[in-house]
Design a protein around this ligand. Structure first.
Ligand code: ADP
Ligand code: ZN
Ligand code: ZN
Length: 818
């Protein structure tokens, strides 16, 4: 058969290969960029996304050009500018285009490749004669009325695989490639209304002998409404008196009550200036990036809302990103109070169906504002007028699996194409953002004071090295914190105790003096390694100390090099122990605990928080989770147990994270009428990240931080690409890491243009072993394009025998290197 090829489409398929593939579009098919297509790939059929159309003569193919099996979307699922933005960010993030695009589309919404099973005439005869029994018979029976998908049959009959094979051999049925409907589909409901133009009087007369139908007809309105499908109703439909229609039904929309809507306040002069700049950019379609810098309560959210109004007045859409919706409900609630049902909310708590319905509202242009966590940056608007990134420094904006993008980068790529401004809001901006702002890449807008002139809490720093503050007890609470806690409990107010520890305590930290060992080359905390993986450590002298950036190693110390205490080394302490200590010290206090352990069960976290909000918990003990966004007016004390713990994290951002966290936790105290107080316990009271958090002095913190990173060339002076290796066999993982490091060094010698790139490592990853997989890492540090060029080359070479049984991950600009 002669097949005439009209066009060729370039398709990104979700496979870990950094390229796209060409397919022929057979006559009569059209597929625009952004539409999904079913294509053959490596012996299977997969769902890919069209990224471009081109003439047949430009096709690239090894052997014969294969054809698209089926076009799945008439209208592209991804607007063209969004498609381009995602491809651009995928390139920078060193992510295969098909994997990146798949992340931008709600999961489960594409038709799936499947097999259609249909009865053949012989099968039909066998069925009619009742010749086949057992499972075979049941399978035949299920196919009696219509062809079905093989997956559907398999789900219904446990022994279906064998049965289908036998029936096929008997010539009773055929199996052909096809598609199964998407897992997630629009939901519809049946609605009924009286047929337009119906003469009700005559209809009722005609129903004189059917009183039930008559009563029902009388009750039905002219507007369509759902109704119970009874025999009477079906009879009315049959008779043409009533119309039955399918109507789309939106799942989980606006179930929660709205906050009472509040009048927008008169803006302060600083807010006015900020809004003026942003509004100007919206109206001029300029992709200006703004840094809206202002402490909590300085009126940033109000500025976001006014800017949103400007964009809407110009007929354009708005995306508002918040770090983690379950913990930062307030921004969402305030937007819904102001903008009502013009707001779509996207978050991880939605079911797949609810999420898809919100996504479709956006896609169809029915809702102009999308608020959500990281992935809401993919909201499929065609005409964006504004992007807001609230708490822009938050690590939750970086995805660390699959498509490892940062929402900020996607925002930038979209803003450039749409011609719209981005507002990055924070009280403690990401050091990189502040640096780009200092270099003119972002325009800085400042809200220097709190609106309601509510004072910031007073912050007291307790030096744990001072014996008088520790007291006789060797517990986790210092004397001043114990006293503050007692006073707060006596006053009937609430407290938060925050332990900055993330399930990872193997850094070497002296619990007597707070001293931590660091690498001489990288100034990064050394990490203790037991001889085999990271298991419970009983004899700290058995393993070794390692730097996770450069691989430097030394022997563990039997005594703390600083205070000679023999207890230097690992100390097991966590929220559980803290909870016990508080409970036994204050037996009548109601103590709650919030961390990954207690909150891994869905809903548990919300339950604990709700109880705390209702005042049913006096002291809330927890990790990072207690730091974010809770606004409980009765909280007047925040205690930080070991502020310097985070400083010893093997990460060049340790200081930045600590400063941000302390500022953020401190912000939890004194949100109501009563003034707040914060007690920070630390062995390093003079450390800049701690001392400057006391005075809420971000500008000075920023200068210190930049000065410290400069000599080492850490970001923002350079960029990092992280290679992670993992696998079941320790030796294989190490060999893969060493091999890739060798290739990296060869690349550097060959490529004179990238001589400013450094290869750090290979070294074991800080979390050396997770779920029985061993882990190593390798870092490239250097200028943006230089590190990427080498990383791309390495990613291409990371195959073959040296990498057998080892998974290699690539992460550009990682935030976590565990
Ligand atoms: P941020 O987002 O910086 O934490 P908000 O926008 O939430 O600050 O403002 C803090 C409080 O001040 C909120 O209760 C808000 O309603 C109120 N507020 C904001 N701007 C004004 C204003 N111009 N006049 C009066 N109250 C304001
Ligand atoms: Zn010590
Ligand atoms: Zn080092």
């Amino acid at each position: 058969m002669e097949v005439s090829i009209t066009t060729v489409v370039e398709v990104a398929v979700p496979v870990p290969v950094d390229e796209t593939f060409d397919y022929a579009l057979l006559e009569g098919m059209t597929a625009e960029p952004g539409a999904r297509v079913l294509v053959p790939h490596g012996g299977r059929r997969v769902v890919g996304v069209v990224v471009a159309n081109k003439p047949g003569s430009a096709a690239r193919a090894r052997g014969t050009l294969r054809a698209v099996v089926q076009v799945l979307d008439e209208e592209p699922v991804l607007p063209i500018l969004l498609l381009e933005a995602v491809l651009r960010v995928a390139r920078d993030a060193l992510c295969p285009p098909g994997i990146a695009l798949a992340a931008a589309i709600p999961p489960g919404t594409a038709p799936r490749p499947g097999t259609k099973v249909a009865l053949l005439p012989a099968g039909l005869r066998a069925l009619e004669r009742g010749e086949v029994r057992g499972t075979l018979g049941k399978v035949l029976w299920s196919l009696g009325r219509r062809a079905r998908s093989e997956n559907e049959i398999r789900a219904r009959f446990p022994a279906a695989v064998a049965a289908l094979e036998r029936l096929e051999r008997l010539g009773f049925l055929s199996r052909k490639p096809g598609t199964d409907p998407p897992k997630v589909r629009p939901r519809t409901e049946r609605v009924y209304r009286v047929a337009p133009g119906l003469d009700r009087g005559r209809a009722e007369q005609a129903l004189a002998r059917a009183p039930k139908q008559r009563a029902l007809l009388k009750a039905l309105g002219n507007a369509a409404a759902p109704a119970l499908s009874t025999p009477s109703l079906r009879a009315l439909v049959e008779a043409g008196f009533v119309l039955c229609e399918e109507r789309e039904f939106l799942r989980g929309v606006a179930r929660e009550p709205l906050l009472p809507s509040v009048e927008a306040p008169e803006l302060t002069p600083h807010q006015k200036t900020a809004l003026g700049e942003i509004a100007g950019a919206i109206e001029a379609r300029r992709d200006t990036q703004f840094l809206l810098y202002g402490i909590t309560g300085s009126g940033k959210t109000e500025v976001y809302q006014r800017a949103t109004e400007v964009a809407l007045r110009n007929g354009r859409a708005v995306i508002v990103l918040v770090p983690e919706i379950s913990l930062t409900h307030q921004v969402v609630d305030r937007f819904r109070a102001r903008f009502g049902d013009r707001v779509a909310v996207l978050h991880s708590g939605l079911s797949a169906g609810e999420r898809f319905d919100q996504w479709r509202l956006i896609r169809e242009g029915r809702v102009p504002i999308a608020i959500g966590a990281r992935s809401a940056i993919f909201a499929p608007y065609t005409d964006l007028g504004l992007i807001v990134i609230d708490e822009e420094h938050d690590g939750a904006y970086k995805s660390d699996e699959g498509f490892r993008y940062h929402a900020r980068d996607v925002a930038r790529a979209r803003a450039e194409r749409a011609g719209c401004p981005i507002v990055h809001g924070s009280a403690t901006p990401d050091v990189g953002t502040a640096w780009r702002s200092a270099h003119g890449e972002l325009q800085r807008l400042t809200l220097p004071e709190r609106v309601a002139s509510r004072p910031l809490p007073t912050v007291e720093i307790v030096d744990m090295a001072d014996p008088s503050s520790r007291g006789a007890k060797r517990g986790m609470l210092s004397r001043p914190l114990r006293q503050a806690l007692a006073e707060t409990l006596a006053a009937g107010q609430q407290s938060i105790l925050f332990l900055n520890r993330r399930g990872f305590a193997a850094h070497v930290y002296c619990f007597s003096c707070g001293y931590a060992l660091r690498c001489h080359h990288c100034d990064i905390s050394l990490v203790y390694h037991a001889s085999e993986g990271l298991r419970r450590v009983d004899d700290p002298l058995e393993g070794e100390l390692r730097c996770h950036y450069c691989g430097y190693r030394e022997d563990p110390k039997s005594r703390c090099p600083s205070c000679s205490s023999p207890e230097g080394g690992m100390q097991a302490f966590g929220t559980e122990r803290l909870h016990e200590e508080v409970s036994s010290m204050y037996p009548s206090a109601r103590v709650g605990r919030l961390d990954r352990d207690t909150s891994s069960r869905k809903g548990a976290q919300r339950g604990i928080l709700a109880a705390f909000h209702r005042g049913e918990i006096d002291v809330l003990v927890g990790t990072q989770m207690v730091a974010k966004g809770h606004d409980v007016p009765n909280v007047t004390l925040v205690g930080v147990i070991a502020a310097d713990l985070g400083l010893h994290f093997p990460d060049f951002r340790a200081g930045e994270r600590t400063f941000q966290l302390l500022t953020q936790v401190a912000g939890r105290a004194g949100r109501g009428v009563e003034p707040g107080r914060v007690v920070i316990q630390t062995f390093l009271p003079k450390h800049y990240a701690i001392a400057l958090a006391r005075t809420h002095d971000y500008p000075r913190f920023y200068r210190e931080e930049i000065a410290r990173r400069h000599p080492h060339g850490w970001p923002p002076f350079n960029e990092i690409v992280h290679f992670g290796f993992s696998g079941k066999r320790a030796a294989a993982v190490e060999r893969a890491a060493v091999t890739l490091a060798g290739l990296a060094k060869t690349c550097l010698q060959d490529d004179t243009g990238s001589d400013s790139v450094q290869v750090l490592g290979p070294a074991p990853a800080p979390l050396t072993r997770i779920r029985d997989e061993f882990r190593w890492q390798l870092l490239l540090l250097g200028p943006r394009e230089g590190v990427r060029a080498i990383a791309r080359e390495l990613a291409r070479q990371a195959h073959g025998p040296a990498f057998a049984g080892v998974a290699v991950r690539v992460d550009a600009n990682p935030l976590q290197m565990l």
